[in-house]
Each structure stands twice: as structure tokens, then as C-alpha cells.
Design a protein around this ligand. Sequence first.
Ligand SMILES: Nc1ncnc2c1ncn2[C@@H]1O[C@H](COP(=O)(O)OP(=O)(O)OP(=O)(O)O)[C@@H](O)[C@H]1O
Length: 259
Amino acid sequence: MKQNAEGRAALVRMRDVALAWGNGVTALDGLTLDVRAGEFLAILGPSGCGKSTALRLMAGLLAPTRGQVRRDGGLTAAGRVGFVFQDPTLTPWSRALANVRLPLDLAGVARAEANERAAAMLALVGLAGFERAWPHELSGGMRMRVSIARALATHPDLLLMDEPFAALDEFTRARLNDDLLALRDQLGFTVAFVTHSSWESVYLADRIVIMSARPGRVLDEIGVTAPPGRGAAFRASPAYASQCAAVLALAAAASGAVA
Ligand SMILES: Nc1ncnc2c1ncn2[C@@H]1O[C@H](COP(=O)(O)OP(=O)(O)OP(=O)(O)O)[C@@H](O)[C@H]1O
């Protein structure tokens, strides 16, 4: 792995990336961005600026039209990258355990071991006892927990999250923010997290990048200063509020709105 200027290895290194779709839409142009090993990176930007497209390039699901996307060799094996979307995308005819087991089944893990690992991951996201629940029996927050457990079942190095909590109510969202930070401390994965919320980005991230309107590229970057574990005291602190205000102003400028 190559070290970047901050001395941390880059899991993904994007240089002057452009992505044009077949219909002539240029989603990204001149995107230069690293995802550094161990960091929680938040990506903010106006609607349609190419954030989801950038995540798909990081996952290796798309190839750039121009420029370079270098992914650490370790990410190429099955199960090394997890993906969580705004919609939990659970299979409705499979119980919670079978949904979480899916990536393990795809990786060829034996059934008994896969069941054990899936159950352990469900417990880790707070859903012990819900192994046999059907998706329709779970709340929106619980379905998202299953989706996160599924993405983490193979213990990926990199977790890509595309507005995962946008559809949840404020309290569920705050709970999931805390639980995600705890999971990340426990399991040690790197996160690239797309959000429209400057509040959420400051609460979660070590570093925030703000993208321009389409075609997207990085306009600004802000490092977050926060106590370990963050929590309610940080949420209520002047330091949190002032960092949110700074990010909000940059995001508003990027979208052409007045903050
Ligand atoms: N498969 C596709 N084919 C053609 N155009 C696409 C495709 N996927 C996305 N686009 C276009 O690429 C641009 C960037 O889309 P993308 O979903 O990456 O933006 P985004 O920043 O994630 O948006 P939002 O914040 O609204 O979710 C948009 O103009 C979108 O319409």
C-alpha cells in the first residue's frame, strides 16, 4: 500500500477521475480523492453530483472513463468491501438470519459456520433473538441493522454507505450513528459514507469532503475534531455546533444556495 501525505495508507486512490454515462451525462470530472485506511470519510455534495457513482467506482463496480482508480490489492478478494444503501434491500422471502448469511453463502462458507457467523453479526448490531424474523416484521431501523449486519458478515476492510440513514426518524438515526461508531471501533473497518446531512457528517466522520455540483469533483475538505466515542456530550457541545456550521456553509456554497 502507498502512504499518502498524512502517512496513512490509501485503500482507494482516485486521481483526476471522470465518469461519463452512455446517455452522455458526465457524472464526475476531475475527482481526486483517497480513502485512507482506518478513517471514517464522509462525502457531502449537491443532489446528482456523482456521490453514488464515486462509491461504485470505489467498489470496483464501475471503471472510470478517464483517470485512475487504484484499489488496494486486499480489496479485490470476495467480501473485502461491504455496501449499504438507503434502502436496506433485504430479500423479503428470507428471514433475517438468511439475509445476513447471503455474502457468506456466496463466499462458499459451510452452512453451520455461516449460520453461526450470521447470528453473531446480528447480535453485534443489536438484533439477537430476531434471527427468524421476516423483513416485514421489522421496523425501518431494524431492517437497516440487518442490512449493516449483512454488509459486515464477511468482516470487510472497507464499508461503503450510501445515505444509509436518510429514511429513518431522527432518534433512530442518532441511535444508529452511535451504534455504527461502536461497531467500527470494535471491528476496525474503514468507512466511506455519503450523506446530505452536515450534522451527521460531523458526528460520524474523521474527515469530510465536499463535492461540487455535477460533474462532481472535490471542492473542499475538513478534518473533524471530536473526543473519542463522541456521544451525547459531543452532540450538545459548542465545538460540534461550530463544525456543523462550517460544513453547512461549505455545502451550501457548493450547491449554490445561501447558507
Ligand atoms: N446508470 C446510470 N445511467 C445514466 N446516468 C446515470 C446513471 N446513474 C446515475 N446517473 C446520473 O449520474 C449523475 C450522478 O448520479 P449519482 O447517483 O452518482 O449522484 P448522487 O450525488 O449520488 O445523487 P443524490 O445525492 O441525488 O443521491 C446524475 O445526473 C444521474 O442522473
